[in-house]
Ligand binder design. Structure first.
Ligand SMILES: NC(=O)c1ccc[n+]([C@@H]2O[C@H](COP(=O)([O-])OP(=O)(O)OC[C@H]3O[C@@H](n4cnc5c(N)ncnc54)[C@H](O)[C@@H]3O)[C@@H](O)[C@H]2O)c1
Ligand SMILES: O=c1ccn([C@@H]2O[C@H](COP(=O)(O)OP(=O)(O)O[C@H]3O[C@H](CO)[C@@H](O)[C@H](O)[C@H]3O)[C@@H](O)[C@H]2O)c(=O)[nH]1
Length: 436
């Protein structure tokens, strides 16, 4: 098949490359000249395991093409919209990129082509797209919703072997086009109407975010009653009705999806006069959870004025260089506003945009250098590189012994043996000095 993918961000790029790998002829179109130039030279604009090799493979097979404009006289069976849907002022999804893409596609797609959204869009967007196409005199295009469920860090595998495919369609021919497009993927398929498909995407992200905020609330109670949240998670997860995933307590969720999509779903509910009380609480709990190291540091130091704090991990999770809605950036901004001197270290992120700073902050790649003369350290992102440090060396480098493990991946006993003091989330603190 011939497929156009509009928007070559995370989702558009990975989707386009994977369809090319499945044997389709793919055009990846993006308005960002630098991105397209880099991709044409085989350079990936994102850090994602396997992406460089995949670009090289499908480029050498002539299966993928990168362009800033819609190709003329090139056949096309389906166009996928994978542009951004960033949050607007009240958390609502800003659909300007989507409708810009729709308007451009309306000028270029031949009659009968399928136009499907991969972007996460509010319920009712497919209907709005159809109305827009009618206004533009393009009642001859099919509209569908095919939400994307990939995770950053395992995006290629998730796209080639997804847990499920959701086809939100209104006609047999649209379903048939999507089936041909995805043939070669051996995944369960749910066929439904576009509005239902759009809701499945938001409901899935909101439910996973709810699990995380729930376990973080349990963790906070564990600290106060002397229970161990890691074991509570294992114990809960052994019940197949609950399942073990997304029960890792920590500094809460970040990234380009959960924070944005939970707020957007609260907003969607509001537009139909429904107060999504539960999801509002999930969002609030997540925001509060990010600040737990700040409160713990304030109890340890009393004042953070001039205190040097090293933050380990700037990406919102390991395996990506994406810093969108990373808890580390929020924490850094709050520590700085309390007078702390913040140092950042991450294996792949090079600079960080921290609110209130007029230029990006540098991010070190050398963890020992970043810990030299630090008064305290906070692990925010559980990169492997931070798990097995030479703790005696760390103790000797640092001015103070205080560590906060925001992802519960460090062994308190090992750190204590080296003379450090470790506080973490959801465990009874071992040091008498750290009040909960
Ligand atoms: N990042 C993820 O892990 C992920 C996973 C599933 C779903 N999603 C959803 O997919 C969508 C895209 O996410 P992303 O992270 O890839 O976004 P992104 O912001 O990284 O990329 C969007 C791209 O679209 C391009 N673009 C914008 N308007 C355009 C236009 N009119 N024509 C051509 N190109 C245009 C931008 O230049 C940019 O490169 C969002 O709705 C997001 O919620 C993201
Ligand atoms: O037990 C857990 C699991 C995750 N997280 C945090 O949750 C966030 C999101 O993690 P993850 O879901 O792995 O990353 P994303 O790449 O943002 O993927 C989510 O968002 C995508 C965009 O919508 C969806 O496609 C995916 O299915 C969905 O998992 C990260 O900050 C994690 O640190 C926790 O705090 N505890």
């Amino acid at each position: 098949m011939d497929i156009w993918v509009v928007g070559t961000g995370y989702v558009g790029l990975v989707t386009g490359l994977c369809f090319a790998k499945l044997g389709h002829q793919v055009w990846c179109i993006d308005q960002d000249k630098n991105k397209i130039e880099a991709l044409s030279r085989g350079v990936a604009p994102i850090f994602e395991p396997g992406i460089g090799e995949l670009i090289a493979q499908v480029q050498s097979q002539g299966k993928v093409h990168f362009s800033t404009s819609f190709p003329a006289s090139v056949p096309v069976d389906a166009a996928l919209i994978a542009v951004g849907t960033p949050p607007g002022r009240d958390g609502e999804a800003d659909l300007s990129q989507v409708f810009n893409a729709v308007d451009n596609l309306a000028l270029h797609l031949p009659a009968g082509t399928l136009l499907a959204t991969k972007s996460t869009v509010p319920v009712g967007t497919a209907a709005r797209i159809r109305r827009r196409l009618l206004e533009l005199g393009r009642s001859d295009l099919e509209v569908a919703s095919v939400p994307e469920f990939l995770r950053e860090g395992s995006a290629i595998e998730d796209t080639l072997t997804p847990h499920r495919l959701v086809f939100g369609v209104q006609s047999a021919s649209a379903q048939n086009t999507l089936e041909r497009m995805h043939s070669g993927m051996n995944s369960p398929v749910l066929v439904c109407d576009p509005a239902t498909a759009e809701m499945i995407k938001y409901a899935s992200n909101a439910f996973l975010a709810t699990k995380i905020s729930f376990v973080n609330e349990i963790a906070n109670i564990c600290e106060r009653v002397g229970a161990d949240v890691s074991q509570v998670s294992v114990g809960m997860g052994l019940d197949p009705r609950i399942g073990p995933s997304f029960l890792r307590a920590g500094l809460g969720y970040g990234g380009s999806c959960f924070p944005k999509d939970t707020r957007a779903l609260v907003n969607i509910a509001g537009t139909v006069n429904y107060d999504f009380t539960l999801l509002r609480a999930v969002v609030e709990v997540n925001q509060r959870q990010r600040m737990s190291p700040l409160y713990r540091l304030l109890r340890w130091f009393e004042s953070l004025e001039g205190v040097v704090v090293t933050i380990l991990g700037v990406a919102f999770k390991p395996g990506t260089d994406d810093t969108r809605e990373s808890p580390a950036l929020d924490l850094a901004a709050h520590l700085i506003s309390h007078g702390a001197r913040v140092r950042l270290v991450d294996p792949v992120v090079k600079t960080a945009h921290v609110a209130g700073q007029n230029k990006p902050l540098p991010v070190s790649q050398d963890v020992y250098e970043a810990l030299l003369d630090a008064d305290a350290a906070v692990l925010v992102t559980e990169w492997d590189a931070f798990r097995n440090l030479d703790w005696t060396h760390v103790k000797n480098l640092m001015r103070g012994p205080f560590w906060f493990d925001g992802r519960n991946v460090l062994d308190p006993e090992v750190l204590e043996q080296a003379g450090l003091v470790l506080s973490n989330i959801g465990h009874k603190t071992r040091s008498q000095k750290i009040p909960v």
